[in-house]
Design a protein around this ligand. Structure first.
Ligand SMILES: [Zn+2]
Length: 284
């Protein structure tokens, strides 16, 4: 597990498996020293001030185990909430590290969790079995908190911007951390993967999401994809354009669609083959 600071208030923890990213974001509880204003946060020695959220999750049990200590060492306050960008199992494991916290997610994700009860747990079990991973307890999602999309979510005296991001799956949420200039994209804009259609023919939705994310890129400097390294927004824009072109080609040419220039890899070929299957299965 690797931790990288993108901004004094934003920490990215990357899992050794699936290159999955978990983002920890904090904000002071009142207007504080990070603002020009006269109000200052009174520092209590020993306990970092403010509020923090954990977005998505690392994958390995020992990484989830180590997450609370890592957050403390980074002098971030203990998290008060969890957010998930979408309902794929590998983004839902925050409750294993913080079983006392509620999981917040967009409306579309709450709906999917309700419609597919136990799906995340099943997929996690399959994944663990295949890799011989043992976990002390099964995943329990608890009461899920539904967030309207688009919308805002308070964090201390700051606000996170929440945007719908569907197409990879039937659900999805992208999160902008405006004061840090960071976009947490969910499973989009990865520089190591290509678009993955996990729920049939969602090319139109995926293209709409890319257009929306493209607009959000104007206001940020850095992007954290669900998988793969955090990237500068200029590179993310290139990924965004290549991904749109790939999806247009995929719709027209199916299996013959060329892969994006920057991602002619084995991983990309495997995802492409899956996409072709999804399209065939959904009859388009
Ligand atoms: Zn994922």
């Amino acid at each position: 597990m690797r931790a990288v600071s993108l901004h004094p208030d934003v920490l990215v923890v990357s899992s050794a498996l699936l290159r999955a990213n978990c983002v920890i974001v904090r904000a002071a509880s009142t207007a504080g020293e990070d603002d020009a204003g006269p109000v200052r946060v009174r520092k209590v020695p020993g306990r970092p001030e403010g509020e923090a959220f954990v977005i998505d999750s690392p994958v390995l049990p020992e990484e989830l185990d180590a997450l609370p200590a890592l957050i403390e060492q980074a002098r971030f306050p203990p998290p008060s909430g969890l957010l998930a960008t979408h309902a794929d199992w590998d983004h839902l494991l925050g409750r294993i590290a913080f079983p006392e916290l509620a999981l917040g997610c967009g409306e579309s994700t709450a709906r999917r969790l309700e419609q597919e009860p136990g799906a995340a747990q099943r997929e996690l079990r399959n994944f663990d079995e295949e890799l011989g991973i043992e976990r002390p307890a099964p995943l329990s999602l608890g009461a899920v908190q539904t967030l309207p999309l688009p919308g805002r979510c308070e964090l201390g005296h700051r606000e996170l911007e929440l945007h719908p991001a569907e197409g990879h799956t039937a659900d999805g949420m992208a999160i902008v951390i405006p004061w840090a200039g960071v976009l947490v994209a969910g499973d989009y804009l990865s520089s190591v993967e290509i678009p993955q259609l996990n729920a049939g023919d969602r090319i139109d939705q995926y293209l709409e999401t890319l257009e929306r994310l493209g607009r959000l890129l104007d206001a940020v400097e850095q992007v954290v994809p669900g998988h793969g390294p955090p990237i500068a927004s200029e590179l993310a824009r290139n990924v965004c354009e290549e991904d749109s072109a790939y999806l247009e080609d995929l719709r027209r040419d199916g299996a013959d669609a060329p892969l994006p220039d920057t991602r002619q890899t084995r991983v990309a070929r495997a995802i492409h083959a899956q996409n072709v299957q999804e399209l065939t299965a959904s009859g388009s």
